[in-house]
Write a protein that binds this ligand. Structure first.
Ligand SMILES: Cc1cc2nc3c(=O)[nH]c(=O)nc-3n(C[C@H](O)[C@H](O)[C@H](O)COP(=O)(O)O)c2cc1C
Length: 206
């Protein structure tokens, strides 16, 4: 059975345009693969705490030496990582806010990038430990940046996911969403067409 992890990172939770495109993609996947298992992580509805020194220290402390508070911090991060590990496919709804990803998504990144757990350092440099997965990103923007230096997100997301070992990443953009109703409607319609084309026609996993 294929397991999909859906990460929503819009302020508007499931009502966000990025979350809705991600949901439509999963619907298209489910049509092709009945019984698809979907794990949902809605960071707008249930934000991950901002990483601070105490939290990071909890990650660095050996499990057997963690205080009760540090155990709770590590357990929160472990639960997020378990969801990632369980997933064959990761579907990310990624709005652009103030020229970057949402702080909710960044906080999640800060909790799933764990040395010795999701990546490790080798003599050849860092190696991601979450291999064999595929990610799909649904990027929504008020303006239009894809293919220009103003697109701060695409390279960043490839870099971050690749660091964890997730190197197969597809992007669907819905841009110009704040450039008038015609621009918005056309862009969303194009994104919906693109996501239907992307949904794999054959099962991803037995
Ligand atoms: C706080 C905030 C900041 C935003 N900053 C940008 C921006 O820097 N560039 C841009 O193109 N659109 C920006 N927008 C517009 C959003 O990218 C657009 O509304 C998009 O649809 C949001 O996705 P969502 O509906 O999934 O949250 C911003 C919207 C908000 C609410």
């Amino acid at each position: 059975m294929t397991t999909v992890l859906k990460i929503d990172s819009s302020l508007y939770s499931k009502a966000g345009q990025s979350s809705q495109l991600a949901a439509q993609f999963i619907d298209a996947l489910a049509e092709r693969q009945p019984g698809l298992r979907v794990i949902e992580r809605d960071l707008g509805h249930e934000p991950v705490p901002h990483l601070d020194a105490a939290r990071f220290q909890a990650f660095l402390t050996k499990p057997e030496e963690r205080s009760a508070e540090q155990q709770a911090v590590a357990a929160c991060s472990d639960a997020l990582i378990d969801e990632l590990r369980a997933a064959d496919v990761i579907v990310l709804g990624v709005p652009m806010y103030n020229f970057g990803v949402s702080s909710q998504l960044k906080a999640w990144f800060d909790h799933v990038a764990r040395a010795g757990v999701t990546f490790r350092y080798t003599a050849q440099g860092p190696a991601g430990l979450l291999t064999g997965k595929k990610a799909y990103v649904f990027a929504t923007r008020g303006g239009a940046y894809a293919g220009t230096p103003g697109d701060t997100q695409t390279a960043y997301l490839r870099q971050f996911l690749g660091f964890l070992g997730i190197t197969e990443v597809e992007f669907v953009y819905a841009e110009g969403l704040a450039m008038g109703p015609q621009s918005r409607d056309t862009s969303l319609a194009q994104a919906r067409n693109a996501l239907r084309r992307l949904a794999p026609p054959i099962p991803l996993a037995a």
